[in-house]
Ligand binder design. Structure first.
Ligand SMILES: Nc1nc2c(ncn2[C@@H]2O[C@H](COP(=O)(O)OP(=O)(O)OP(=O)(O)O)[C@@H](O)[C@H]2O)c(=O)[nH]1
Length: 421
């Protein structure tokens, strides 16, 4: 077996109770993302998008333009004599598209008939029912004994088409968004923005955002501002600043004055290019939906909209609420909990530091008292020695004055004569 040198754990590496060790050789689990990637590519990806808006706002054209494929067959014109639909008629279009070997199973939920009636008060109802019935289907599969194959048809994003009126939102728009914002990731778009001037678009966007804020509508907002990669953060901020996206759809190629073939719409005065960021926000919308935020839209669907729906449903069925679920999905509560933990840790650290400081002061004091006593003893010893010396000198002085010998007479020893001079 291969023995790998591991650095010993330090007090820092033991923080949070987790033992962190730094490897000093290559093990191979850095390949995990590639394994996940290969598996996901093999399985394919699944994405469900819903398009809602009044008839003729360019929903099918935009879906074709987004995925660069004729997903919607050319429309047959309904004879005038034919009766118009009595309710919003939900239609689903599923297709597999492939790019560089990566498969995407795309489901488009279309809502013809929305806003087409004399009384549109309840136009949102069948759409809400569709979203909820998809949550129900998922919940039912999750509760099965055998859950090995779950089909996910939950709606990941809802493109809501706003007519390019240049005024404020219509009551139909507000009603729809209010009814649906807690169930799905709402992404408002200004349809056929080529019918407005740049200044009109800027003013219309402002007005729409004010209306949305005023009515407390929650539209989709990417959260990943906290990632380390500055480029991704800027990209996300840039994309978010374009909401509501002013879009132009066209699946037709037109030739520009300089001979380029582009997807666009030709007018007597020039060409509007769909893929030109100076002409409209289509590129930004596509970037967000397909390139940068598809996975996050799916995460939001699962972690927020579905989780809320599931909780409500289970409570209604008499199940007890597990509060840890809320704690996990509520980022604010989690943040608050982390803050409290952090503060408690700081208080503990402060107390530890205080007690270490006190202990050190105590030790120092004992040492000082000890050396003071030692110094005192030494001082006393030296003082005594000096006193002794002084007495001896005084004795000598006295002897000299009295003419006596400096050293006391020694006892005469046998055989030796000793006489004082
Ligand atoms: N000016 C302009 N026209 C557009 C745009 N997108 C689509 N159209 C045209 O608008 C008409 C209706 O487009 P569709 O894509 O069929 O609209 P829809 O919303 O799917 O219509 P329904 O299926 O009836 O709900 C077509 O003639 C399109 O060519 C756009 O961005 N600008």
């Amino acid at each position: 077996m291969l023995a790998l040198p591991l650095t010993p754990p330090t007090s820092k590496s033991l923080a949070n109770g987790a033992l962190r060790k730094k490897l000093q050789g290559y093990v191979g689990f850095a390949n995990l993302p590639n394994q996940v990637h290969r598996k996901s590519v093999k399985k394919g990806f699944n994405f469900t998008i819903m398009v809602v808006g009044e008839s003729g706002l360019g929903k099918s054209t935009l879906v074709n333009t987004l995925f660069n494929a004729p997903l919607y067959p050319p429309k047959e014109h309904v004879p005038l004599s034919e009766e118009s639909p009595k309710t919003v008629d939900i239609q689903v279009l599923s297709t597999d598209i492939e790019e560089n070997g990566v498969r995407l199973k795309l489901n488009v939920v279309d809502t013809p008939g929305f806003g087409d009636f004399i009384n549109n008060e309840e136009s949102w109802k069948p759409i809400l029912q569709t979203i909820e019935s998809r949550f129900d289907a998922y919940l039912e599969q999750e509760n099965r004994v055998n859950r090995s194959k779950i089909t996910d048809t939950r709606v990941n994003a809802c493109l809501y088409f706003i007519a390019p009126t240049g005024h404020s939102l219509k009551s139909l728009d507000i009603e729809f968004m209010k009814r649906l914002h807690n169930k799905v990731n709402l992404i408002p778009v200004i349809a056929k923005s080529d019918t407005m001037t740049n200044e009109e678009i800027v003013a219309f966007k402002e007005r729409i955002l004010l209306d949305i804020a005023h009515h407390g509508i929650k539209i989709y907002h990417a959260l990943h501002y906290d990632c380390d990669d500055a480029e991704t953060v800027n990209e996300t901020k840039d994309v978010m600043s374009k909401i509501p996206f002013a879009i132009v759809g066209s699946d037709k190629l037109v030739e520009t004055a300089d001979g380029r073939q582009v997807r666009g719409r030709q007018y007597p005065w020039g060409i509007i290019e769909v893929d030109n960021e100076e002409h409209c926000d289509f590129v930004k919308l596509r970037q967000m939906l397909i390139r940068t935020h598809m996975e996050e839209l799916k995460e939001f669907t699962n972690d927020i909209h579905y989780e809320n729906y599931r909780t409500e449903k289970l409570i209604a069925m008499g199940f007890q609420q597990d509060n840890t679920v809320f704690r996990e999905v509520d980022p604010l509560a989690k943040l608050e909990e982390e803050r409290a933990l952090h503060e408690a840790k700081l208080v503990k650290m402060e107390q530890d530091m205080k007690s270490v400081f006190q202990q050190k002061v105590q030790e120092k004091e004992t040492k000082l008292t000890q050396s003071e006593a030692e110094l005192y003893a030494k001082h006393k010893e030296m003082k005594d020695a000096l006193e002794k010396q002084r007495l001896e000198l005084e004795e000598k002085k006295r002897r000299i004055e009295q003419g006596r010998p400096l050293t006391p007479e020694k006892t005469k020893k046998k055989g030796f004569g000793f006489a004082a001079k």
